[in-house]
Design a protein around this ligand. Structure first.
Ligand code: BG6
Length: 302
């Protein structure tokens, strides 16, 4: 079904939406509109580039990213689903779930009267590994690409029992210099510090970075701003359906061990992940539909 010709015939729009095959066989959707350019990998429904016209890229993709079938791509916005981080009871199940390394399928691709491009994909239920997730669920991801980027991750519990769901849109943002940015919007939020075995703390003032940072912020519902004096911009993150936010930068030592971060990659990225994680894990009732919605936009730094 995911053959390049078929995809271009069914969903391509000349000059606007094109499906491309990478050397290793992964298929990417390339969007080029008057408002923005973007790329989405069908593997993981992972957006790996979004650049509003006339601006610098907003999304970070590692220079050392490998695009291999079944391996998560370092950068962009991986979808962590149906669990965030390690599985609660099975250490042998993949970290951050299985959705980010499986091939998704197209639902729709279309332009809107306002000039945005809408792309929707789903993870076919029969592609979900039954040994890891024996539950009848559907998962869709809807992108609206324009001068701002909207993503809506939709989980539908079609089973007769309630399900625990944790998830994240694990977005890597491009920044000028991690040592000079600050994040606002998390002030006074309690957080778990994963670099200190989950120690509980409360955020005082804005978040600054001078070492490895790996935190799950709870009660986080406000807009978050990434204030970047080097790129002279502020990225505004607005969300709904998510009461937790993960903030991550691996810093030097961990990056070196990871192999796909690039030598100095950590300096130009920060992950701000809109999530349902830790105490914010959701219990999805039978028949319930959950929407995790985010909107990103770039504003000049006043
Ligand atoms: C973050 C986690 O969300 O993802 C970190 O909080 C983790 O603990 C990071 O290291 C990257 O995970 P991965 O599996 O993509 O290397």
């Amino acid at each position: 079904m995911n053959s390049l010709d078929t995809l271009n015939r069914l969903y391509g729009i000349p000059g606007l939406i094109e499906f491309l095959e990478e050397p290793n066989g992964l298929i990417h959707i390339a969007v080029t509109s008057a408002q923005a350019s973007a790329r989405i990998s069908l593997q993981g429904a992972q957006i790996i580039q979004w650049t509003p016209q006339g601006e610098k890229p907003i999304i970070w993709l590692s220079d050392a990213a490998t695009f291999r079938p079944g391996k998560s791509i370092r950068g962009g916005a991986p979808i962590c689903w149906p669990w965030f981080g390690p599985h609660a009871t099975r250490a042998d199940f993949p970290a951050h779930g299985f959705a980010r390394t499986l091939s998704w399928e197209m639902l729709t691709a279309a332009t809107q009267p306002d000039g945005t491009v809408r792309i929707a994909l789903h993870l076919p239920p029969d592609a979900m590994p039954k040994d890891q997730w024996p539950h009848d669920t559907t998962l869709e991801c809807h992108f609206t690409i324009g001068t701002q980027l909207e993503v809506n991750l939709v989980t539908h519990n079609r089973s007769a029992h309630s399900l625990p769901l944790s998830q994240a849109l694990h977005t890597y943002f491009r920044i000028g210099d991690i040592r000079q940015i600050q994040l606002t919007g998390l002030e006074d939020c309690p957080y778990l510090d994963k670099t200190l075995n989950g120690l509980h703390a409360t955020q005082q003032g804005a978040v600054h970075f001078s070492q490895e940072t790996d935190r799950i912020y709870l009660n986080s519902q406000r807009d978050i701003l990434i204030e970047d004096p080097v790129l002279q911009r502020r990225i505004r993150i607005t969300k709904s359906g998510s009461a937790s936010t993960v903030v991550w930068n691996p810093w030097i030592e961990k990056s070196t061990k990871m192999g796909d971060m690039g030598d100095e990659g950590y300096l130009t990225m920060v992950c701000v992940e809109n999530a349902n994680a830790a105490d914010d894990t959701i219990q999805l009732a039978p028949g319930q539909v959950h929407h995790l919605r985010v909107c990103y936009r770039s504003e000049p730094l006043a």
